[in-house]
Design a protein around this ligand. Structure first.
Ligand SMILES: [Zn+2]
Length: 119
């Protein structure tokens, strides 16, 4: 298998957060978990240590936000290289990702090598 950058491991049906993508995988494709903290070009970064930031995921009308303790942040807008804005999110609101052992696991669909059997 050609491994994408930031490859962590294959996703399985036991990865609850990834199960929708695993179910979507068809013959010739597989779902792997990549670390969005390590993947080149990713705009995600860990939050380490105390922060005044709070999860800004919208949970209600009038821009009501979650406000839980954040675990990761993503640079929106122009991106980190060009002065984008950092938005923080808690463990519940990582847009399909999961924080595990310091890695931000993101399930992505990739083409399997022709030589591999897809079960
Ligand atoms: Zn949240």
């Amino acid at each position: 298998m050609t491994r994408p950058e930031g490859f962590v491991r294959d996703a399985t049906a036991d990865d609850g957060f990834a199960v929708r993508r695993v179910d979507m995988a068809t013959a010739g494709y597989r779902v792997v978990l990549v670390d969005d903290f390590a993947r080149p070009g990713s705009e995600w970064a860990p939050i380490s240590g105390p922060t005044s930031m709070r999860c800004r995921y919208t949970v209600g009308p009038g821009h009501l936000t979650c406000k839980r303790e954040p675990v990761a942040m993503v640079c929106r807008g122009r991106g980190r290289r060009y002065g984008g804005t950092w938005w923080a999110y808690c463990e519940r609101h990582l847009y399909g990702r999961k924080l595990e052992n310091g890695k931000l696991l993101n399930p992505i669909l990739i083409a399997s090598d022709a030589a591999e059997v897809v079960s």
